[in-house]
Design a protein around this ligand. Structure first.
Ligand code: NAP
Length: 286
């Protein structure tokens, strides 16, 4: 958190709405960035119960809060209360960044751009590549839309087959028929992974505290597969450990978390975010 003891009438207030919120790494990450750039802002965590979401958003307008992130369980629920929702966020049905433009609340999703920027750091080029996305929840939707719109061929699998199918249909409508398909989970996972160059785990399987689980059997991992796990706690999941053991390249969720935050920070402040400072703040908390 910030060491600042004094805020003035000009201090811009930013924050995050979630429930629960105590575990959120966003306050540490954004306040570190604010301090590094010497900006007159503060970023505050707000525990907003679902039944109070509407009033909390009215509070953003009434109090002149400059912007908020939105996290579980509000990412979809906020949409009806906003004045405007950017196209990407509307497509995935999820908003994680709200800007207060003089009382007008504008929603955006920075998860897709955050994911793509982190993926670019691995040197992986998504266009024309074959990708298996596991999990068609909020994160899976953002990742699948982002990949398909850059020209990747994505197969989405989810325990809930209907969810994966629905996502594949929506993505295909936007990105083209050959960009997204859905398959019954596990039934054809082995077959799709055999052809894939990238596996993205967008399920919570392997997340703290149940970190002894993995969403894919170890024997399906290969050295020429890039294995990206969106989970950032623990930093090295059982899936990533197994992937590294067969010689595969791996990526954890820290960079995506940092880059989605960096995009939000730029939207609110108009400043270039100090990414290494933000990443160090996250890693310190983990
Ligand atoms: P979510 O909305 O609950 O979606 C997870 C989806 O995975 C659900 O549809 C779930 O199905 C499905 N699933 C669960 N176990 C599965 C399995 N074994 N095989 C196939 N599908 C399975 O969660 P989320 O918000 O998308 O988050 C998913 C993960 O991504 C979390 O670990 C979260 O921390 C991480 N995440 C990271 C970042 C980042 O910046 N690094 C950003 C967002 C999310 P059911 O609904 O039937 O259980």
């Amino acid at each position: 958190m910030t060491d600042r003891l004094y805020f003035s009438g000009t201090t811009g207030v930013l924050g995050v709405f979630g429930h629960p919120i105590a575990h959120s790494l966003s306050p540490s990450m954004h306040n570190a960035a604010i301090e590094a750039l010497g900006l007159d802002y503060v970023y505050v965590p707000f525990d907003v119960a679902p039944e109070n979401l509407r009033q909390a958003l009215e509070g953003v307008r009434a109090l002149g809060i400059a912007g908020v992130n939105v996290t579980i369980p509000h990412k979809s629920a906020v949409i009806p209360y906003l004045d405007e929702v950017e196209e990407d966020a509307r497509e995935i049905g999820s908003v994680n960044t709200i800007s207060n433009m003089g009382g007008r609340l504008v929603g955006a999703s920075t998860d897709g751009p955050g994911f793509l920027r982190s993926l670019a750091e691995t040197g992986f080029a998504p266009r024309g590549s074959r990708v298996v996305v596991l999990g068609a929840g909020g994160a899976g939707r953002a990742v699948t839309f982002a990949l398909a719109k850059t020209g990747a061929h994505v197969v989405v699998l989810d325990e809930a087959q209907g969810k994966a199918e629905q996502l594949a249909v929506e993505v295909a409508r936007v990105a083209g028929e050959d960009c997204a398909r859905a398959e019954p989970v596990l039934a054809r996972l082995a077959e799709h992974l055999r052809d894939a160059e990238l596996l993205v785990n967008c399920t919570p399987v392997g997340m703290h505290p149940r970190d002894d689980r993995m969403p894919v059997p170890a024997e399906l991992l290969r050295p020429d597969l890039l294995v990206y796990d969106l989970i950032y706690n623990p930093i090295k999941t059982k899936l990533l450990t197994a992937a590294a053991a067969v010689g595969a390249c791996t990526m954890n969720g820290v960079k995506m978390l940092v880059y989605q935050g960096a995009v939000s920070f730029r939207i609110w402040t108009g400043k270039e975010p100090p990414v290494p400072v933000m990443e160090a703040a996250v890693v310190e908390r983990l």
